[in-house]
Design a protein around this ligand. Sequence first.
Ligand SMILES: Nc1ncnc2c1ncn2[C@@H]1O[C@H](COP(=O)(O)OP(=O)(O)OP(=O)(O)O)[C@@H](O)[C@H]1O
Ligand SMILES: [Mg+2]
Length: 182
Amino acid sequence: MLTLADHILDITENSVRADASLIEISIDEDTGKDLLKVEIRDNGSGMSPEMVKKVLDPFYTTKTVRRVGLGLPLLKDAAERSGGGFHLESYENSGTTVKATFGLRHLDRQPMGAIINIMIILIISNSDVDFFYKHRHNDRRFEMDTREIRNEIEDVPINHPEIIKYIRGIMTQGLVEIQSEA
Ligand SMILES: Nc1ncnc2c1ncn2[C@@H]1O[C@H](COP(=O)(O)OP(=O)(O)OP(=O)(O)O)[C@@H](O)[C@H]1O
Ligand SMILES: [Mg+2]
């Protein structure tokens, strides 16, 4: 079964393929509004308006290895099945924003899944890309910005095992803290 983290991995890989240097991933859980928002924003090559129209068609892809591009249509479908919605905004040579909303407590809302592992995979396999992860749960926020971490670690590479361990640690602690009830 797909999780939201699986969708985030796929959408973020699109951004990497579009040569983004910065990818912002934001997750917003509002229990009062019963709403979960996921937004992935990149500064990559973007898409033309015609392309934006085509990509929600599951038979369209620019990859040559596989004929069917499914990442965006699958996320749109998952959002809509939980009573939410989907929005894609993209400008050529400027970037792309993908927004999906979900009914937080809807029975068909896919679980969050292994979001920390997905972020770690993304950082390790794309060490030249910066990731800004923002997660809000009602009035509590957690942020992890590889640009800030790079400033602190100076010449140590971001994918050094000790740095990865550190990132995993702050994410684990941060996500527990924002989810816990006051
Ligand atoms: N962030 C983005 N920037 C530029 N182009 C994008 C971006 N996201 C998607 N696209 C374009 O839209 C197409 C469809 O994306 P989608 O994720 O739906 O399928 P895919 O990546 O081609 O295949 P799959 O995700 O199933 O492996 C991509 O092939 C790419 O051309
Ligand atoms: Mg894709």
